[in-house]
Design a binder for this molecule. Structure first.
Ligand SMILES: Nc1ncnc2c1ncn2[C@@H]1O[C@H](COP(=O)(O)OP(=O)(O)OP(=O)(O)O)[C@@H](O)[C@H]1O
Length: 881
């Protein structure tokens, strides 16, 4: 399990980002010392650890469990700002303006608003007076607003507000200076989180969870916490504040258009509270991949959004002064990430030398590689990383699916690229949209003003960057302070000026951290979108996943005593082990992947995982190889009754015959009833009269031993019950389906296939299950078999893949390693490493888990412990458990 968090300590104001790698369930106490020494080398272990304002108990808080999840900020010296425990009756949202995105909690009483830092709600807007207006929240829930003698006035839905308080209705738009504000009452807030049941970091922590620190300090003001941060802005707005409109007061109804395009404050709330609209858009939804660039400057009429659709325009350029254009790009990317799930949107960054500015995107689940890209995150901060990202965008397709039109990539392009990359990008800007790739290209220009008209400004930007020139439409910042945006279409004609959306680096960092721990429902492991998920490890030891790191006969016997069903543990997932219930599935499990992707190792791991659940009395395994001898390592497990390779035609035939005989024997024993392990494993059952002799049925191990004859391969393990589970594991099935010319087993392969087909048809009712390893993933089942699930291996790194079930469930999986010689502590020791965002776009350091050159392999350790656990002699001397 791996999480990325930020650690603050004395004198480290910005914090240090670190990656923590540890087995699931590791307590915080195991890494507190390492966290402290990353922050202050040589420093002592801290006395307390805080997450927001909550003091954590290092012995009880587990890594990977809330609040210790991706994106968390830990403080080793003092509590941080927290939301407080009590419910908040109302919040003030900064819907647009230079301080957009801010969310302020209103707890009751009067709160002042103004440019001064001494006000309860400071607004970083040059046209707001130092002390501008005041909001009062009465105990009955009504909210009023009064102007405090401001220079530019306060406006409610286009009407002036004076010193006398007036009611602020729900949905009313309050304008002061260049800012638009609105109130959200508790009654209007979404009732339940859509994703997961746990609060995301930043959402109100659950204090019943045992925070052991001091009680929170009393609120310094009635407005207790600012969820968002304003961007630094200065200067005058392009246009004067609106003229007052004298009209009858009518309750304003938010136009449907506005609610379709949530403002930035609403987006921040969605992120920190996992609101119902989070990730609501998919390919095919209305407004999918649409972007709100700002709001039309018609203050009397609410905040009509100005939007652009990426599928319609293809690629989009944004041009303007550096700071402003970055603020707009942050707002655009945050919107896309809040409204589209990672399964519908991939974000890629091409920004050489700009890691500090864009690393916040690395917190978003949308920048994780999900199509087998060879990097930890889809970030390009140097020439090599940019080249790799470009290759992936044009060459890699999702395994077995082609580039899915259900998922689009938005590529941020910012900064100087090599001429080759620039040319490639220019082509991508034009051709990409047809395959679901859209560029968002930034160009630094002066704002469009009378002294720098639109055509000239755009001409300069286009000649500087071929990719920008190839973008279908451009959002051009305009006005003296570049706070307005005009959309310029392919015909070059600029649309009307709108107030540009923009957010600060601090706001967007907060936003991205809130999304960091979230995963989608049904994607990425059982249960889905909850905090507590972690990226897959580069490799994992199956025995660790099985929690059998120190496998002993006693520990196995304990498991066998409680084992039920046929749970296959495949390996590590994002939320703990990934497993598949083979017992309950009446069709085979298929493992598929390209050459060297880890299919054989996975079959060995599956055999081992079964052997860790049931002993040889209840479980027999048959190993069949179409090619090679890769399953030989598992043949030592005492549950393995027979192992047959493709090179021996006589033995293949004998095996096929014995397998068909075993099906018949089971059918006779069951006498028309279905296999049910709850009724025992066949003890006391007798076959239908005259068909088979009792002695043969209960013989512990069948097999013709007559001299000169090929002994019939046993179908039950030594010490087996009459009717154990029987699992047939077949590697390299394509070599049996169509054996290569000249292959020694070619003549006999047909008989094996017929026997396997009989298992497929008759096995489910007889307690016989099939696990098959096929060839490379194909769009359709290469074997034309109905399968219960497929483990599709991408092979980078070996064993990496995704479990796909027929009901559409998908779980990224790192299949367990079992035939390696791995030092027992190698994957157990928790580590804390400093995060270098500039390097996360590199191929992951293949820190091959140091496998020892000698000493037993994990499967040998398991087989030897299992053999001893199964031996009657050992059992007799074992301590009862
Ligand atoms: N889960 C895993 N973790 C770490 N290494 C693995 C894992 N699975 C396989 N490997 C390594 O990858 C290599 C290929 O594995 P394996 O032989 O299982 O793949 P395959 O798909 O069966 O390949 P082939 O094309 O030879 O049939 C081996 O060196 C193996 O040790």
């Amino acid at each position: 399990m791996q999480i990325r968090v930020t650690v603050l300590g004395p004198g480290v104001a910005d914090g240090v980002d670190v990656t923590v790698t540890a087995p699931a369930g590791t307590p915080l106490s195991a890494v507190v010392g390492s966290l402290a020494s990353v922050v202050t080398p040589g420093g002592s272990t801290p006395g307390a650890v805080y997450c927001e304002d909550r003091r954590l108990d290092p012995a009880l808080s587990q890594l990977g469990q809330p609040p210790l999840v991706d994106g968390a900020v830990l403080s080793l010296h003092r509590p941080l700002e927290g939301p407080g425990a009590e419910p908040v009756p109302a919040r003030l949202l900064v819907a647009s303006g230079p301080d957009a995105g801010g969310v302020h909690l209103l707890r009751g009483g009067t709160a002042t608003i103004g440019r001064s830092a001494d006000t309860d709600i400071p607004l970083d807007d040059p046209d707001v007076s130092r002390l501008h207006c005041a909001l009062t929240l009465s105990p009955d829930g009504t909210i009023t607003v009064a102007d405090l003698g401001s220079t530019n006035g306060t406006w409610l839905d286009g009407r002036p507000v004076r010193e006398h308080p007036v009611a602020l209705p729900s949905g009313g738009i309050l304008r002061l200076g260049e800012s638009a504000l609105r109130v959200l009452t508790a009654a209007e807030r979404p009732a339940a989180p859509a994703l997961g049941g746990q609060p995301a970091p930043g959402a109100a922590p659950d204090r019943r969870g045992g925070a052991s620190g001091p009680p929170p300090e009393p609120p310094p003001t009635r407005v207790q916490r600012r969820v968002g941060w304003g961007r630094r802005a200065s200067g005058r707005p392009e246009e004067a504040p609106p003229e007052p409109v004298a009209a009858e007061r009518v309750p304003r109804v938010a136009p449907a258009e506005e609610s379709r395009w949530p403002d930035l404050a609403a987006l921040l709330l969605l992120a920190v509270e996992s609101g119902p609209r989070l990730w609501e858009r998919r390919a095919g939804s209305r407004d999918a991949y649409g972007i709100r660039l700002g709001t039309a400057q018609s203050p009397a009429d609410g905040l009509p959004p100005v939007t652009v659709s990426l599928p319609a325009v293809g690629s989009l350029g944004l041009a303007g002064p550096r700071e402003r254009i970055a603020g707009l790009a942050r707002a655009v990317l945050a919107q896309l990430a809040a409204l589209h799930p990672p399964s519908a949107l991939e974000l890629v960054v091409l920004a050489p030398g700009r890691a500090a500015e864009w690393s916040w995107l690395g917190w978003l689940p949308h920048t994780r590689p999900a199509r087998g890209q060879d990097c930890r995150l889809l970030l390009g901060f140097d020439e090599e990383q940019v080249a790799a990202r470009l290759r992936e965008l044009t060459e890699i397709e999702a395994p077995g699916e082609g580039r899915s039109p259900a998922r689009r990539s938005v590529v941020l392009v910012d900064g100087g690229l090599s001429p080759a990359a620039a040319q490639r990008l220019a082509r991508l800007a034009v051709e990409g949209p047809a395959t679901g790739v859209h560029l968002l290209c930034l160009a630094e220009t002066p704002p469009a003003t009378p002294s720098s008209p639109v055509a000239e400004t755009l001409g300069a930007a286009r000649s500087a960057s071929p990719a920008f020139a190839a973008c279908g439409s451009v959002g051009l910042l305009s006005g003296a302070m570049a706070t307005a945006v005009r959309l310029v279409g392919p015909d070059g004609r600029p649309g009307p000026a709108a107030s540009a959306d923009a957010v600060s680096p601090a706001w967007v960092e907060r936003f991205a951290r809130a999304l960091a721990p979230l995963r989608e429902e049904g994607v990425g492991g059982a249960g889905g979108a909850q905090p507590g998920t972690a990226p897959l490890p580069e490799s994992c030891r199956l025995l660790d996943v099985l929690e059998l790191s120190r496998v002993t006969p006693a520990s196995l016997r304990r498991r066998w005593a409680g084992g039920t069903g046929l749970p296959l543990v495949l390996g590590a997932g994002e939320r703990g082990p990934v497993s598949f219930g083979l017992g309950g599935s009446r069709v085979p499990l298929l493992v598929e992947g390209g050459p060297r992707s880890g299919r054989t190792e996975t079959l060995n791991a599956l055999a081992a995982s079964l052997a860790a659940t049931l002993g040889p009395r209840e479980l027999s395994l048959l190993l069949v190889e179409g090619e090679g001898e890769g399953l030989a390592a598992s043949a030592e497990l005492p549950q393995v009754a027979s192992h047959v390779g493709a090179t021996d035609p006589v033995r293949i035939r004998a095996f096929a015959q014995a397998l068909r005989g075993e099906l018949k024997r089971r059918a006779l024993l069951l006498g028309g009833t279905s296999f049910d392990p709850r009724r025992g494993f066949g003890e006391g059952l007798t076959p239908a009269a005259g068909e088979l002799g009792e002695g043969r049925v209960v013989a512990p191990r069948s097999g013709g031993e007559a001299a000169g004859q090929e002994p019939e391969p046993p179908m039950r393990a030594r010490g087996s019950a009459p009717l154990p589970w029987l699992v047939v594991l077949v590697d390299d099935l394509p070599a049996l389906v169509s054996p290569p010319l000249g292959a020694p087993g070619r003549q006999a392969a047909g008989s094996m296939m017929r026997a396997l087909d009989a298992v497929r048809r008759e096995g489910p009712a007889l307690g016989v299950r099939l696990v098959l390893a096929g060839g490379p993933p194909a769009g359709e089942d290469p074997l034309r078999l109905a399968v219960a699930a497929r483990l599709v291996l991408t092979g980078a790194p070996p064993g990496r893949g995704e479990l796909r079930t027929v009901d559409g469930g998908r779980a990224p999986t790192q299949a367990g390693r079992i035939t390696g010689r791995i030092p027992r502590t190698a994957t157990l020791r928790p580590t804390v490493t400093r995060l270098d965002w500039a390097r996360l776009g590199d191929p992951p350091a293949r820190r091959p888990v140091r496998e020892l050159g000698n000493g037993p392999t994990d499967i040998a350790l398991l087989a030897s412990a299992a053999a001893r656990a199964a031996s009657p002699k050992e059992s007799a001397s074992a301590t009862p458990v």
